[in-house]
Design a protein. Sequence first.
Length: 188
Amino acid sequence: MGGLRDYKNGRELVQRIAAGDERAFADLYHALSPAVFTYLVRVTGDQTAAEDLLQEVFLAVWEGASRFRGEASAKVWVLRIAHHKAVSWLRRQRPATDLDRAWLVASGDGVEAAALAAWEHDRLMAAIQQLPPKHREVIELVFGQQLSYAEVAAVLGCPVGTVKSRVSHALRALRHLLRDLRATELEQ
């Protein structure tokens, strides 16, 4: 499969799923499950929970395909379902504490560049870990999933202005957290 672009951003696949087409469901799962899983891991901070939630998301896709209106892309629709599943899970849990996952992979030449990139990645992950879930999710959707603000708004079910505000607050908080981490590292 050449990706969702072959299916008008997945809308055609969802229509076929609504008609009971298991192959279309498999194609949509194959195309979107890696991105959805990554989103769920980053928002929940729990790989096992993300695996369970991924199954719940795609069960909801199968059961709810007939209600898909096609106003957004299939990816945005599926991420919106994932968002609701993750929020429900987070409400039942304590705040996530383990976000140290490979997310932003830096590249460079040589061992020194790789070590520096890993160190910077660890600092960034430590800072992201301290963000509230609503800020972690906008960071993931905008920078990890590379969705536009309008698409993020559709996923979260809020105005674009709210997305912009959350991104701004999250980036400001990250700057402060990274500065505090650096100050702590210098003291040690």
